[in-house]
Write a protein that binds this ligand. Structure first.
Ligand code: SF4
Ligand code: SF4
Length: 202
């Protein structure tokens, strides 16, 4: 008969006194290790809709869709659970102090219909006040204006966004006149309309 080695005997004795290495799942909920990398989740209050996470995602698990409506345009940020590899690059790249999207401990991600394996959040979009094209999310413009401080007064788009976020200027004021006149330069404009209104002699 082959005798057990000393190391194996030591391991066997240790195992008698050590608590189990495995969890009792599914009879008890499994508690993952604190640094476990599970499902990333958006925080709609902190996300700025800047798209840095979408740019950096190596698995193309993040996408966005801009819903244009003159009264309430929205950017929908979409995270696809089924293609995510839980690498954490999105959280690392998040400009909102890494709080806009964060990995969680959530690992129970089974689903029956693959086309429902996603989560979304919505952010308000700022449109150009002349041509209606997308400039950025309102929270993103406000964030930039706060970051650059008094330098934002060099950009009507930034300081108007800041004034609107402070409630000094009504958020719904949009001029009905769309004539590319020089008086339009103080509006929230896309780069093309900014150029047009700057170069016009009217
Ligand atoms: S954890 Fe990685 S793969 Fe998943 S959404 Fe974030 S960047 Fe993409
Ligand atoms: S603020 Fe963060 S979570 Fe939101 S779009 Fe930008 S990088 Fe993504």
């Amino acid at each position: 008969m082959k005798l057990p080695k000393v190391r194996e005997l030591v391991e066997a004795v240790k195992a008698l006194t050590h608590k189990p290495y495995t969890s009792k799942f599914p009879f008890k909920p499994h508690e993952p290790y604190p640094s476990f990398r599970g499902q990333p989740e958006y925080n709609a209050d902190r996300c700025l809709g800047c798209l840095a996470c979408e740019e950096t995602c190596p698995a193309e698990a993040i996408a966005h869709q801009d819903m244009i409506d003159e009264s309430a345009s929205k950017r929908v940020m979409i995270h696809y659970t089924d293609t995510c590899i839980f690498c954490g690059c999105c959280e690392d790249a998040c400009i909102a102090d890494h709080e806009g999207i964060k990995l969680t401990n959530n690992w129970e991600l089974a689903f029956f219909e693959r086309n429902k394996a996603f989560e979304t959040i919505e952010k308000d979009l700022q449109l150009c006040e002349i041509c209606g094209s997308v400039i950025a999310c309102k929270d993103h413009l406000k964030w930039i204006a706060e970051k650059v401080g008094e330098l934002s007064f060099a950009s009507p788009t930034l300081y108007q966004s800041r004034l609107k976020s402070l409630g000094v200027v009504d958020d719904n004021i949009v001029s009905a006149v769309k004539d590319y006149g020089r008086s339009d330069r103080v509006k929230i404009l896309c780069s093309r309309c900014r150029r047009e209104t700057t170069l016009t002699t009217a």
